[in-house]
Design a protein around this ligand. Structure first.
Ligand code: SF4
Ligand code: SF4
Length: 495
């Protein structure tokens, strides 16, 4: 019977076990997860990770509480996604649904920023700033606090259930759930006024939608950061698979210096790698960087810290594992930021092109923001009927006008058609022919008016007007802000 080799990875390497082809089941196609027990490490990159983690978590949890004065009646939360009134507030920026293109620009900038950072520093986003990395790192810290470092955790996992084991596990899961709750809680505060929602919760008023999202995010954070961990990066995130397309020869990635390290061993006359496996046990995804560049590596550089500490103890130069590029231009030595800065080539066609595209997109968005009109007009010509012939012989067209007041003051707008012989009116008021019609809109609101436009059947010269006349309606506020809309005025074909 033909045999098939089943690949199995373990701490000492990879084994291939021959299995009868007939006894192969679907489950042989899936590799069982090997738990990663990460050892504690100290060093420059670990410190950098602590700082980035503190900064990002601080921003995430505290931002909903930052206030921003916008005027009477306006929400004073600096960042607010107001789903009820369909508006987005970001400090001094206020976006309406009609301005969704800003979000497109923002997404484009974010994608380009990721490409740009990856072409410079490899998967720096994954290693330091991705929410999955940040929360997993936080959960691992909690785990270490209650269960001890790697060896203690492994021992505890194998130990039979006891009061001490239950106590440690229960405390860890309780804190994980609390972090999940804080994460879900902070998320819903971005969608409603945070102090009001907080007060309502304290009074026992839990509304369905915020409560649903809070519970959902509590458990998804708990599952993703507590259990799925590195599997999210390895199996779920598409970025790991296409990151290679963003690298070039000069992109900085974490590499093992094979020429210096091999052959590995503790005896005299071999390479510098003493095969202590410190670089492996500190790795949050459980890989061995000495096997070469791997799609699972998130470029967190914790193995750099671990190996540097080993090299310091052995009084050998640092940098056996270091940030380097595929061209290998960063020399081994102290491997400090200065070394990297001096020997890396950051200005390259790829990075320049990404930088230029980002500058253009950011420039266009900034220009659009700075020249943004605070008034918006939409207009629909009534189709049923297209026009009405009035008893005095004149012709009437009807339009539905929507005016959006994007300021936090009540406004009067003046609507005018570019035809001096046309009279504009609403149910409430009539303008003199050719004059502007005043329309009021409350602060930060949308007002809808039925607009009647009437003109005589004949021109001054006594001729019938063309049945299809292009017209422009222009709206102006007291501050000179304007918006206009092109439409048609329809009349009869013949007498
Ligand atoms: S930490 Fe350094 S010395 Fe130890 S196994 Fe890894 S590469 Fe070799
Ligand atoms: S191999 Fe090194 S850089 Fe890559 S994920 Fe593991 S510890 Fe981080």
């Amino acid at each position: 019977m033909p045999k098939i080799d089943i690949r199995e990875e373990h701490d000492g390497g990879v084994d291939f076990t021959p299995v009868d082809s007939e006894s192969i089941s679907l489950w042989h196609l899936f590799e069982a997860r090997k738990p990663v027990y990460q050892a504690k490490v100290k060093g420059t990159f670990r410190n950098l990770k602590w700082m980035v983690m503190g900064l990002l978590l601080g921003i995430y949890y505290l931002l909903p509480w930052v206030r921003w004065e916008r005027g009477v009646g306006a929400p004073d939360q600096a960042i607010l996604v107001d789903t009820i009134n369909r508006k987005f507030y970001f400090f001094f920026i206020e976006l309406w649904p009609q301005e969704v293109f800003y979000f497109t620009g923002l997404l484009l900038l974010a994608a380009l920023g990721l490409f740009f950072a990856t072409s410079l520093f490899g998967r720096v986003w994954c290693g330091y700033a991705c929410p999955q990395t940040v929360w997993t790192d936080l959960f691992l810290t909690v785990e270490r606090f209650f269960e001890g470092d790697r060896m203690a955790q492994m021992k505890l996992a194998k130990a039979p259930w006891s009061f001490d084991k239950v106590r440690r596990k229960a405390a860890k899961h309780a804190v994980w759930l609390l972090i999940g709750l804080a994460t879900g809680g902070a998320w819903v505060f971005y969608f409603q006024d945070a102090p009001t929602l907080w007060r309502d919760m304290l009074n026992g008023d839990f509304y369905f939608i915020p409560t649903f999202w809070m519970v959902f995010l509590t458990f998804s954070t708990y599952l993703m950061a507590g259990f799925a961990r590195e599997q999210v990066c390895t199996y779920m995130c598409p970025y790991a698979r296409f990151q290679g397309a963003m690298f070039d020869e000069e992109s900085l990635i974490v590499t093992y210096d094979k020429a210096r390290g091999e052959p590995r061993g503790k005896q005299e006359g071999v390479g510098d790698c003493v095969d202590c496996r410190r670089c492996v046990v500190v790795c949050p995804v459980g890989i061995d960087i000495r096997d070469g560049q791997q799609y699972r590596c998130i470029n967190c550089a914790l193995c750099v810290d671990a190996c540097n500490a080993v090299m310091d103890k052995l009084e050998r130069s640092r940098g056996l594992i270091r940030y380097n590029n595929l061209a290998g231009t960063i020399p081994c030595g102290k491997a400090t930021f200065k070394d990297v800065w001096q020997h890396a080539r950051f200005v390259r066609p790829r990075t320049v092109i990404y930088g230029l595209i980002m500058a253009v997109v950011a420039g266009v968005m900034l220009w659009a923001l700075l020249t943004k009109s605070l008034i918006d007009m939409n207009l629909v010509h009534s189709r049923n009927p297209l026009f009405v012939s009035l008893s005095d012989g004149s012709v009437r067209n009807t339009y539905t006008v929507r005016l959006i007041n994007k300021t936090w003051d009540a406004k009067t707008y003046y609507l005018r058609m570019d035809r001096p012989d046309v009279t504009l009116r609403t149910a409430q008021q009539t303008a003199v022919a050719g004059d502007a019609l005043p329309l009021t809109v409350k602060a930060g609101k949308v007002a809808e008016y039925t607009l009647f436009a009437e003109r005589p059947r004949y021109t001054h010269a006594g001729e019938l007007y063309p049945n299809h006349m292009a017209v422009t309606l222009k709206v102006t506020d007291e501050d000179g802000d304007t918006d206009s809309y092109e439409t048609v005025f329809i009349g009869p074909n013949e007498e």
